[in-house]
Design a protein around this ligand. Sequence first.
Ligand code: PGA
Length: 260
Amino acid sequence: MTNQRSKLVVGNWKMHGRLAANAALLEGVAQGVQSLPAEVRVGVCVPFPYLAQAQTLLGVSRVVWGAQDVSAHEQGAYTGEVAAAMVADFEAGFAIVGHSERRAYHGESSELVARKTQRALAAGLTPIVCVGETLEQREGGTTEQVVGTQLDAVLAVLSVEEAARIVVAYEPVWAIGTGKSATSEQAQQVHAFLRARLAAKGAQVADVPLLYGGSVKPENAADLFRQADIDGGLIGGAALKAGDFLAICAAAGVGASVAE
Ligand code: PGA
């Protein structure tokens, strides 16, 4: 089975970075992507305060920037929250929603993630909807049930046209920041399951980008990206070094040409 979809690699900086260090990283990435094949799309999701910096430093590059979360509310008395429209004010392209760290440390339910997805779409952002199982759930044999339920909660509130505009990231919780990536076969298996679930929503939804995240490194990226249903990656730790991030982006280019 060949994978004709273009590749997308997005960095998730999490709560890392300071103004001075970010400048070097953003400039390094902006410069490095110039030599990537056109079919590889690249994004970076930065902490909210650095959206303006990303806009300034990436503005003329092909790198798209974004946020790591948005509020489920449109606006109002929600101290500390950031609205999707505010993120869009900085010409951002992406907003991660439902990252497992938000689900685990901030008690976010799939229903809340679904509302955030709607807010992001309404503001013109592309939501990167994260799903993933814990080690306990994998070992208990409920991986598909868990990620299926997480995805279904989001798809349930979207029209087919809206669903066709999302990105989905499969991030097994046990693989995030642990150095222990899922094998390409494990990841592909879940991606194929998610693909079928998306296709069940409507034919236009079948081809939404499906990213893998969890300890993606320059060494394992090409093998992951070669899989039929893996359209790229959501990169945490390795996105903090321009060289590593660019090597992963380059691996996406190799994967794309191998698949054709
Ligand atoms: P990691 O994080 O690449 O550091 O494992 C991925 C993520 O949480 O998005």
